[in-house]
Write a protein that binds this ligand. Sequence first.
Ligand code: GTP
Length: 324
Amino acid sequence: MKAIVLIGGFGTRLRPITYSVPKQLIPIAGKPMLYHVLDLLPDDVEEVVLATGYKADAIEAYVRTHPGRWPIRTVPEATPLGTAGGMRNAGAGMSDPFYLLNSDVIAAADLGALAALHARRGGAGTISLFEVDDPSPYGVVSFGDDDRIAGFVEKPPAAEAPSRWINAGLSIWRRDVLDRIPTGREVSFEKEIVPGLLAEGVYGFRLSRYWDDAGTPDRLLHAQQLLFDDGRGGKGGVPPGARGTGPVAAMAGATARGASFGPYVTLGPGAVVEPGAHVERSVLMDDVVVEREATVVGSLLGPKVRVRAGHRVQGQVLGEGVEA
Ligand code: GTP
């Protein structure tokens, strides 16, 4: 089987970081969120096709230097084609069926079991689902018999949501679904294509352990916590010469001698946390410097951000090169 990964969005909710870095390359729990999504794919996947758009060159350069367990190919869009348009654009030579993954969902999901369920039930596709308290920002399903999906509504007002089960962004589809997607314009898979497929049978695959969409700063930091708590953030602890609880995932060349840490921190490549500084529940991207006696809590710091000595940064998202 092959997989299409949708990775062409603008990541507007993570601006200003995403002005310079595509969302999917932001590291959480020690590696770019894209790679946590790819980790879910079974070993026997033949090829991963990334449907790119915004900052396609940065993604292409990164995957070329960081190969996965399977061949990875990128297929860029000249203009945004929407989720379905991106699928169709990247879909030449797809397997039948094929996986379709969003590139920003952090979940515990057995995609081999998803494929087995799809093979057993047939139909046009099988969508993994997760139950949330407030489904209104998501695509929400209503159920027929035996977890067959009877209806699908995008971002309903909370009072009108037919259930609390949402599209978790990890699904599998019959190849001919790609042929139904009009070309030459932006097309939303969820709004324009999936409703028309329900009559042919679209089934739900319920996830139970954890899921989050790492598309906003708060949820990205929550997703990072989920990954660490599930042991997907490396060895835990704190970097050499530092103290505190951690877990901290320190990427290549990051240093933090004499610094202290609370839980759930990623130090991007080359990040420096100076002696006496303290960091917790945060992501520090490439070459960030946190100077002596500074504090960073609950924040997302873009590449080359500098937090000056003694300053405190809390609950902030700072774009590339900012001095705080
Ligand atoms: P926001 O701008 O913050 O809403 O983020 P986003 O652009 O990523 O949008 P959203 O989270 O709704 O997108 C869901 C998935 O589809 C993500 O993995 C996106 O990268 C991807 N995506 C969204 N629009 C397009 C598109 O036009 N083309 C392609 N190839 N992928 C897309």
